[in-house]
Design a protein around this ligand. Structure first.
Ligand code: NCD
Ligand code: ZN
Length: 350
């Protein structure tokens, strides 16, 4: 008989995370490596990761910052710019340096100033990626024309993503951190080479969280959380069992002072309790049995990577998430700060 207080899963991966660099790297890597076996690491550093050399050096810094008790494989991505070299990207994919390319529309989010100003500028790169099977990871928001911040994802789907998918029908595309029912519908209806990641925080909060009794900078991320009905659509998609939807935390730490500011940074730091947070959602939705596929199977299958061999266990035990975390000289406020969660990651026995 299985113990209902324990939930053992194939080791999961995080298909979208910000590990940062410099002072923040140690804290971010330790939290992700404790929870996940592999992670797709976002390249929005300053300067961005656009070459194999930069990626190889960044991977070394990540591995050097990783506590010895964790086995962790960072999967690096290339940051697409208007002028990025298609040969460099393709060579990086073929030699295993890059797992995918990330498209940031210029100005859409943190450290995206060097991003793509018009997707037409990277058509030759996308052509090449399509031909070698290299996935395109998309921050799906428009930034032009005064489009309302809450509509940016929905407008992107029709004005940028649909034409892109039509033009490159074989290109593997992951629409990252989806926040709208329109995105759920788009991905569901698209062919199998189009998938999406869903964050833990977008499964918990709607846009009211930003204004709950006052201005709440720790609920601010991009794409910004939407209305309640979208939260429900995301929850249905996550627990549906549909292999097009998989786990990507978008855990994005910023120093507490940079969040609690007159112009606070976008990003929610969910890595310390990511699985516990997802588990709570799957349980509330009555589909805890589908957590493993979402967290550990759909992602690697989409990327064409092997499933992890080991397991990890969550136990039904309350934990109160700290108000803030101070580590390696950094102070950050985690997602769920001060809340009590019903599941807890069981630390490895040795
Ligand atoms: C991310 C960051 O801080 O790097 N912020 C966020 O709100 N998600 C960038 C991103 O993924 O948009
Ligand atoms: Zn992100």
């Amino acid at each position: 008989m299985t113990d209902p207080r324990l939930l053992t899963l194939r080791r999961p991966d995080d298909w979208h995370v910000h590990l940062r660099d410099g002072a923040m790297l140690e804290l971010a890597v330790a939290a992700t490596a404790r929870q996940f076996s592999r992670a797709i690491v976002m390249p929005n550093l300053v300067p961005p990761v656009t070459t194999r050399t930069a990626a190889v050096e960044y991977r070394e810094r990540i591995l050097a910052a990783c506590p010895a008790e964790f086995e962790f494989t960072p999967l690096l991505t290339a940051y697409l710019t208007d002028t990025i070299d298609a040969d460099e990207v393709a060579a990086g994919f073929e030699d295993g340096t890059f797992t995918a390319c990330k498209l940031y529309p210029a100005g859409a989010t943190t450290n995206s100033a060097a991003g793509v100003t018009d997707v037409r500028n990277i058509h030759p790169v996308l052509e090449r990626m399509q031909s070698i099977g290299m996935p395109l990871l998309v921050h799906g928001e428009v930034v032009h024309g005064g489009v309302d911040v809450f509509d940016r994802e929905a407008v992107f789907l029709e004005s940028v993503l649909r034409p892109l998918v039509d033009r490159f029908p074989e290109l593997k595309v992951v629409l990252e951190h989806i926040t709208t029912e329109a995105a759920v519908d788009f991905v569901t209806a698209a062919p199998d080479n189009v998938a999406a990641t869903i964050t833990a925080h977008h499964l918990h909060i709607d846009r009211n969280a930003l204004f709950d009794g006052g201005l709440r900078p720790h609920a601010y991320c991009l794409p910004v959380a939407k209305r309640r009905e979208h939260l429900h659509a995301l929850r249905r998609a996550a627990v549906s069992g549909n292999p097009k939807f998989f786990l990507g935390t978008d855990s994005a730490p910023h120093p507490q002072t940079a969040k609690e500011s007159a112009c606070g940074c976008a990003g929610i730091y969910s890595a310390p309790v990511a699985l516990e947070s997802y588990a709570q959602v799957f349980e509330e939705e009555g589909h805890l049995e589908r957590l493993e596929a979402f967290a550990s199977e759909h992602g690697p299958r989409f990327y064409g990577l092997p499933l992890n061999e080991g397991t990890m266990t969550l136990e039904r035990a309350q934990q109160t998430v700290p108000e803030s975390i101070c580590q390696a000289g950094q102070t950050v406020v985690p997602f769920h700060a001060g809340e009590t969660l019903t599941w807890r990651l069981r630390e490895a026995a040795n």
